[in-house]
Design a protein around this ligand. Structure first.
Ligand code: PMV
Length: 349
């Protein structure tokens, strides 16, 4: 059987300056720029295989073993159509290249973490889908070019095509040509950065991000101030903090931006609640940890769900994980090497 196949993984990214609001829902054009840290693929990732064959009769997709409809998902078809078009152009230039653009696709994707629980599963999922099909089609486009396509699947997916510290520049054009992801710094620039992921709830979120964003744009008075005034300033300040490896500035901006994003959700009518009591307890935990340390050593952030991501640097790993382990000793998910941390916690924590 004539079968072509490519497999790839894509990492999760967790925004430190949040994307919330669309100025064009079809093209996924945002109302503000955003910036994220790409997590290590050893921990959270989507693994995707794309194959095509003249024997396939329709485009099909399996997510974690369950088939999802491709035809009824305009986001999926937008990504697939764009990639097929690029392959067709490549085939026109190379008449000997196999006509993959005319074959149907089968896509199989798997996350190693809870799907749609505010852990950026769609970001990793769409980034892996776009990368896998681009590899299958042997497209020459750069990650930045492909981010234009991944963005149409899920906005935040455009930031998962690159490692390290990545911005999504909102752009101005109506066709979205300049709404692209850019690497602010590679992971190697600040390899001391770490993220602890606290899965508060693995359930699917109650308000999907697109519906939530649209309600916010339509009803929140706070939202315009955030998009027009606050985020542009924070984007510059965050890029500076990353360039200078200034953790205190990075952490301060990260926590403020998470809080403002959730304030904007609360300011939406009807209000959207993504955080729960456990999330708020984690916020108090980090605030208390920083107070005990006498400086900012950890930063919390929350996407559209109750799960907490805590950023810290490796020099403070024992304190941050040790204090967490002390509070959450009975929760599973600890790695063996973390087991001794609570015991080695300095006095006062
Ligand atoms: O990419 P979406 O449509 O799932 O939206 C993601 C929105 C947030 O995760 C809350 C923020 C962000 O920038 O990732």
């Amino acid at each position: 059987m004539e079968l072509y196949q490519a497999t790839t993984t894509a990492p999760v990214n967790i925004a430190v300056i949040k994307y919330w609001g669309k100025r064009d829902a079809k093209l996924n054009l945002p109302t503000n720029s955003s910036l994220s840290v790409t997590l290590s693929q050893d921990d959270l990732r989507a693994l995707t295989t794309a194959s095509c064959s003249p024997t396939f009769t329709e485009d099909r997709l399996w997510l974690n073993g369950v088939e999802e409809s491709v035809a009824t998902s305009s986001r999926l078809t937008a990504c697939i159509d764009n990639l097929r078009q690029l392959r067709a152009e490549l085939e026109q230039e190379n008449p000997s290249a196999p006509r993959l653009s005319t074959f149907k696709l089968h896509i199989c994707s798997e996350n190693n973490f809870p799907t749609a629980a505010g852990l950026a599963s769609s970001a990793a999922g769409f980034a892996a889908l776009v990368r896998a099909i681009a590899d299958l089609y042997q497209l020459p486009q750069s990650a930045k070019d492909l981010s234009r396509i991944a963005r149409q699947g899920s906005g935040s997916a455009c930031r998962s095509l690159m490692g390290g510290y990545v911005s999504w520049e909102m752009g101005e054009a109506d066709d979205g040509n300049d709404s692209l992801a850019e690497q602010v710094a590679p992971q190697s620039h600040w390899p001391e950065m770490r993220a602890a992921v606290l899965v508060v709830s693995a359930e699917r979120k109650t308000v999907p991000s697109t519906a939530g964003m649209q309600a916010t744009v339509a009803t929140s008075a706070l939202f315009r101030h955030r998009a027009d005034v606050v985020v542009p300033e924070r984007m510059s300040a965050m890029k500076r903090a990353i360039k200078e490896k200034d953790f205190e500035a990075f952490a301060d901006l990260t926590m403020k931006d998470s809080n403002q994003f959730h304030a904007v959700c609360l300011d939406t009518s009807p209000p959207i609640f993504y955080l729960n009591d456990t999330s708020r307890a984690c916020i108090r935990f980090v605030e208390e940890l920083n107070r005990s340390a006498g400086k900012v050593i950890a930063a919390y952030t929350y996407d559209a769900g109750p799960n907490c991501v805590i950023y810290y640097t490796v020099e403070n790993e024992e304190i941050v994980l040790g204090a967490l382990k002390k509070c959450l000793a009975n929760i599973d998910g600890w790695r063996e090497r973390d087991a001794a941390l609570a015991a080695s916690l300095p006095e006062g924590f």
